[in-house]
Design a binder for this molecule. Structure first.
Ligand code: UD1
Ligand code: UDP
Length: 385
């Protein structure tokens, strides 16, 4: 591989925009690169928030989002849209991040158009094709298509090697996860936000009222949990609020209608529960830094919270991000009402937090990713033992 000069960075959803932002900013600083930036528009408002925080504007936006979109419909429109974009912009590689429909359909379109695929956050695996769904399959498909795999951790790099991907000439580098770069870019700004969202201002005031006042931060949106499992999750959160009147439960609710409906039905109207609009990244990081415990099924939040020393209850049965489990600050509790309730009670009774730990990255992932895009080999990320 001789190195790329004209990469097209493509994102569609909130986490992709957050995790590609540090790479785009780094690419713009580099000599010898002409970076291009495009959005599929799989998410609208939730990506607009991220772009505003990082001061980014894509040169193309396919505006794909439809209310309550289905996977086949979104995939078909993304494949066609990205295919056209690649014919128009003629990049020498397509850089995608993660495991969403944008990533899978974008990578397939690139393969069809003869454009090399660079996959950021490559090699995450649960080995359960339906958990997370459809993300485990999406990243495996991209694994087959990519020419350059940027693995966030040594474990992810090993998974890619064990799949024999290098036999087709693909290359693998271990870079750290750029979510830690994004977090480090945001965290000081977030803590000193002069004009926070009203719910974050309330959380700050709540916490400064005394050490007995706790903050529980909640997010949830995974498709495989929709239906009864999502109701269990909401009931677990409701139990936390009922058991702990000294705790404020802050839940910025994902815009997916399959999330909005059960959350409002099961959690609205409680005195110590705040159902907030989705928070922009700075406000969310501000809330995360204040939280005593996080209850979430989010991939990104599982990576960010340990770096800030905030304990996490992961409302899933499995995770493709097991690196932080050993430290004890991250626990799998399933979408299980009783385990969510018990886990939160345990962390809310403790005064000390887990030691901050960052097995996912050291804040230099964007530099390593761009080094790899321009020229291999790179100096690889090795987390502390
Ligand atoms: C998607 C990704 C998931 C990722 C998540 C991050 C797929 C299949 N899923 O899930 O991997 O973890 O994003 O949040 O790629 N909506 C809005 N405004 C927005 C965003 C979403 O109204 O800014 C609503 C729309 O009704 C949309 C629905 O949410 O149809 C679902 O969006 P979609 O991207 O299909 O799925 P997510 O659940 O957001
Ligand atoms: N996040 C945010 N606002 C919120 C909730 C989350 O900016 O109200 C950020 C969070 O810090 C993390 C990312 O969104 O970086 C995670 O996105 P999400 O949970 O939607 O997707 P996943 O990581 O599960 O794919």
């Amino acid at each position: 591989m001789s190195g790329y000069r004209r990469p097209l960075f493509l994102f569609g959803t909130r986490p992709e925009a957050i995790k590609l932002a540090p790479l785009i900013l780094e690419a713009r600083r580099r000599r010898g690169l002409e970076p291009l930036v495009a959005a599929t528009g799989q998410h609208r408002e939730m990506v607009a928030q991220v772009l505003a925080v990082f001061g980014l504007e894509p040169e193309r936006d396919l505006a794909l989002m439809r209310p309550d979109q289905t996977l086949p419909d979104l995939t078909a429109r993304a494949l066609l849209g990205v295919g056209g974009l690649l014919r128009e912009l003629r990049p020498d590689c397509l850089v995608v991040q993660g495991d969403t429909t944008t990533v899978m359909a974008g990578a397939l379109a690139a393969f069809y158009e003869g454009v090399d695929v660079v996959h950021v956050e490559a090699g995450l695996r649960t080995d359960n094709l339906r958990s997370p769904y459809p993300e485990e399959m999406n990243r495996r498909v991209v694994g087959q298509l990519a020419r350059l795999h940027l693995a966030p951790t040594p474990r992810a790099a090993r998974a890619l090697r064990s799949e024999g991907l290098e036999r087709t000439g693909a290359r693998i580098a271990t870079t750290g996860n750029s979510v830690i770069d994004a977090l480090l870019l945001a965290v000081e700004r977030a803590k000193s936000l002069a004009d926070p969202a009203p719910e974050v201002a309330e959380a700050r005031a709540w916490k400064t009222a005394g050490p007995a006042r706790k903050l529980v931060l909640v997010t949830g949106h995974r498709r495989e949990n929709f239906g009864p499992a999502f109701e269990e999750f909401c009931l677990g959160v409701r139990d936390i609020a009922d058991d702990h009147p000294d705790a404020l439960v802050l839940y910025p609710v994902h815009l997916n209608p399959n999330v909005q409906e059960p959350v409002r039905r099961l959690l609205a109207g409680r005195a110590n529960v705040r159902l907030a609009p989705v928070l922009d990244y700075l406000n969310f990081v501000a809330a995360l830094a204040l939280a005593d415990v996080v209850v979430t099924d989010s991939g990104g939040v599982q990576e960010e919270a340990p770096a800030l020393g905030v304990p996490v209850l992961v409302t899933r049965d499995t995770t493709e991000r097991p690196e932080a489990l050993a430290g004890g600050g991250v626990e799998l509790v399933g979408p299980d009402r009783a385990r969510i309730r018990e886990g939160a009670a345990r962390w809310l009774a403790r005064t000390e937090r887990p030691a901050p730990a960052s097995p996912y990255g050291d804040g230099r992932a964007a530099v390593r990713c761009l080094d790899a895009i321009q020229r291999l080999p790179v100096e690889e990320f090795a987390p502390p033992e």
